[in-house]
Each structure stands twice: as structure tokens, then as C-alpha cells.
Design a protein. Sequence first.
Length: 108
Amino acid sequence: MKTTHKAVAAEHIAQLADSGGDVSRFFTGSGRMMPPIKASVQRVNVDFAASMLSELDHAAGELNISRQALIKTLVRQALDQHYVAHSAGLASRKAAEKTGSAPRTARA
């Protein structure tokens, strides 16, 4: 008769390991290693003013992350914001087309 094991939460295993308990029974070695996911990466060089680098370093220090991680995060947020704004603009244009009114444009 095959014995079944109750699933154990990862948090429980982590707490057990943190307290010095034996967690080897949770790792049978029967699984297979998966290769790392290779994202295509291109390196770029960006020139920043010294004052901006200082600001980036200060913010990265506050968040306890590297300057590179901060830059990637800020660029991702800006792109997401751009896509949301672009989608909103398309939606308002489509709504204007349905109602027959002219879309509003921003003035500088």
C-alpha cells in the first residue's frame, strides 16, 4: 500500500529550518533541476548628471537595493504609466467617435 504525505507549507519548513530543526525529510531528491530561465538581455550605456546619480544612489540606499535595480524599477514604472495613459487616450478617442464629438486635446 502506497503511503501519502500531507503537503506542508513552505513557511512551516522555513520556520523549522530557522529553529535548527531537521528539514531533510521534506527534500527527497527525486525532483529534477530546472535550468534557469534565460531572458534576452542587452546592455546599454546611459549618461547621467552627477546630481542625478547622487539622487539615484540616495534613493537606492533608502530602499536597500542596487542603483541598477532602482533604475530598472523606475523605468518599468514609467513604461507602465505610459501604457496606461496611452490606453486611456485610445479609449477616450473611441468613445468620442461613438458619440460623434471631437476628442479633447491637451494644451501646453
